[in-house]
Ligand binder design. Sequence first.
Ligand code: PGA
Length: 258
Amino acid sequence: MARKPLLSGNWKMHHNHFEAIQTVQKLSYLLTDADYQAVDVSVHPPFTDLRSVQTVLESDEVPVALGAQHCHWESKGAFTGEVSPPMLAKLNVSYVIAGHSERRDLFGETDDMVNRKVKAIFAAGMTPIMCVGEHLEEREAGTTEERVSSQVRAGLAEVGAEQAAELVIAYEPIWAIGTGKTATTEDAQAMCAEVRGVVRDLYDSSVATAVRIQYGGSVKPTNTAELMAQADIDGALVGGASLDPDDFSRIVQYHRGE
Ligand code: PGA
């Protein structure tokens, strides 16, 4: 079965809950049934907005999936400031980002922590969007493949084939995030193919065929269609351009070919 593309808006630390409500309402006016048939869409607001966004999506029956940006791997306990996967599941969160490069670089998340989260997100009945990607120095040193493949392997340790087939992996070259620089389409495709190859090595070709791989890093309305035309790119993880519903809807509507 063909993989249904997933376009995800990662709002990072933007939009309070009032702004969040306005943003999803506007997005819902711009997207149509034809869009939802062609692609899956998720929005990932900050924790404080989740309940408000959930209410809007459910009361207006908007088929945009609710996503979170982060979680802890334990279900409960003395972890001040953290939020657990079952808490997110109770809000009908469908997708949780794990191991975004900002969490890895600014908050010390390790491959082992990402792996624990991936397992905990699955255990709570949600789908992880596991982020991998190289720094500019790694790209310049020619170690991109090594870095990304070790992140994929570590993140999937002890994850069974059935769950791995449901996973979303976001390949985001760190030097392209929020910088306006995008990997060339060829590089983005080559790295997404590399990621799929690692999944094939770890499991088999049916898991590799099923797993959805997003590209992320300065995705905009003007470059989405070209990226999405690549064989191994099944979606996009969009930061800056997802904050504005006009831009994000144009990204989602790349499939119209306009
Ligand atoms: P960007 O962010 O689209 O603003 O580059 C992408 C991301 O960090 O997920």
